[in-house]
Ligand binder design. Structure first.
Ligand code: HAM
Length: 429
């Protein structure tokens, strides 16, 4: 019986795994220099955590969570996003804000799979607790902007909005609700429910006719209180100081319930329907809502798969074999034992080396070596062991020469790790 991976999940193959490693190294270096410490939280949490924070009316909680009961009757959920877990962990560990944390963790959402949207994906996120000044919003956006530029995200643009605070948002929501109620029969069934439960969520709807209705909806910007207006204008001033281009989008509300004031998305025009590489914003009430002291918060997270797609295209997801810088080819049992020990002697000297332990004559062994994409082979026979001189063959050029072990360990090409081949180059032995 052959098994297949579960719908919407992915295997990360060599080329992508290496690209992820590079990307993580870049993020780690930039974020840790900016004061972020790493954190990991459990893959599953209580269902209630997400219901209370991500939000009862969010698509994530209503439609996409992997929710289950364990054998002890506990209601749990696979983590759909990182922010609630981070706030919970900070409160549980009693960390004193200001605190900056970053993570790379898998997330689970049972949405319809398509290009750039998976049921398990990896997010890299950064969260700042205890810093509410608008300069911090600009600092975080600049950090993201630089990171995405360094990653080579193609066709990147930024959308920005302020969704106000607890003082001014209710006035806007009431006005929006009046407007939506007067257009109820033009809305899809989901949006009819959203109008009743949380009118702002109508902006998350993908249905075209709902978009048409929203064209003439009241504008959020007109309802911001003077403090939110001032906060937003100082955020924008910060971005202008860095010459970061952005588009103000009054319809941007983000699909999670905890946001307040600044919300932001980094998008890429090369991605198609799932074009948001990174989303984030302020969440100045979340800590308090989760039982902590009043503490402002802000953060963002980006999908690693989408970032790679936007930076490198689908090639990065293709299967790749690799070449072997040096392959030991022993001839005979005695030589095999010698090669087994030599493998580790050479690796300890920094060489990237494997051995072909299957037995056979020289020509058969060389055929195997080229099938395994060996760049160099070291031929080890009993005579060579006696003389302490071995034959090093360059498989690409077909040239060979005699070398001692002392000489081999000084050859730089033998120290570079295996390089990836494109799928067409792979030979199956
Ligand atoms: P989010 O916009 O739901 O925000 O997700 C962040 C990013 O994760 C998206 O922009 C996208 O790149 C990626 N992503 C989301 N769902 C999928 C999926 N099904 N498949 C592939 N990639 C996906 C959050 O999760 C917030 N916690 C971000 C945040 C941090 N806000 C403040 N701090």
């Amino acid at each position: 019986m052959r098994f297949q991976r579960v719908k919407g999940t992915r295997d990360v193959l060599a080329r992508e795994a290496m690209a992820r490693r590079e990307l993580e190294a870049l993020v780690l270096e930039r974020l840790e220099r900016s004061g972020f410490l790493p954190i990991l939280t459990p893959t599953f949490e209580s269902y209630e955590l997400y219901r209370r924070s991500t939000g009862e009316s969010s698509d994530i909680v209503v439609k996409e969570m992997y929710r289950f009961e364990d054998m002890g009757g506990r209601e749990l959920a696979l983590r759909p996003e990182g922010t609630p877990s981070i706030v919970r962990a900070v409160l549980e560990a009693g960390l004193k804000p200001p605190v900056r944390l970053w993570y790379v963790m898998p997330m689970f959402r049972q949405d319809k799979p398509q290009k750039g949207r998976y049921r398990e994906h990896t997010q890299i996120g950064a969260e700042i607790l205890g810093e509410g000044e608008p300069q911090v919003d600009a600092e975080l956006i600049k950090l993201g902007y630089d990171l995405f530029n360094e990653m080579g995200i193609r066709g990147m643009y930024i959308e920005l909005n302020s969704i106000g605070c607890r003082g001014c948002r209710p006035g806007y929501v009431a006005e929006l609700s009046r407007f939506l109620t007067s257009h109820l029969d033009e809305l899809c069934d989901d949006c009819k429910v959203r109008t009743r439960r949380n009118p702002l969520r109508v902006f998350d709807c993908k249905v075209k006719s709902c978009h048409a209705v929203l064209e003439s909806a009241p504008s959020q910007g007109d309802y911001l209180c003077p403090e939110c207006r001032e906060h937003f204008s100082r955020v924008k001033k910060g971005l202008e100081r860095f010459s970061i281009p952005y588009r103000e989008n009054e319809r941007l509300v983000r699909g999670l319930d905890y946001y307040s004031r600044t919300v932001i998305e980094f998008k890429s025009s090369v991605l198609g329907a799932q074009d948001t590489v990174c989303g984030g914003g302020r969440y100045d009430y979340l800590v308090e809502d989760m039982g902590g002291p009043p503490t402002p918060g802000i953060g963002f997270a980006f999908g690693v798969e989408r970032a790679l797609l936007a930076a490198k295209g689908e090639e990065v997801f293709k299967f790749s074999g690799s070449s072997i810088p040096l392959l030991l080819v022993p001839l005979g049992e005695e030589a095999s034992q010698f090669a087994l020990e030599l493998l580790f002697t050479l690796r300890n000297q920094g060489l990237c080396v494997q051995a072909e332990f299957r037995q056979g004559g020289l020509s058969k062994q060389l055929k195997r070596a080229s099938a395994r994409n060996a760049e160099h082979v070291l031929i080890i026979g009993e005579e060579e062991i006696g003389k302490e001189r071995f034959i090093l063959r360059n498989m690409l050029r077909g040239e060979q020469r005699e070398v001692t072990i002392e000489e081999i360990v000084t050859i730089p090409e033998l120290k570079s790790p295996a390089s990836l081949l494109t799928s067409g180059d792979i030979s199956i032995t």
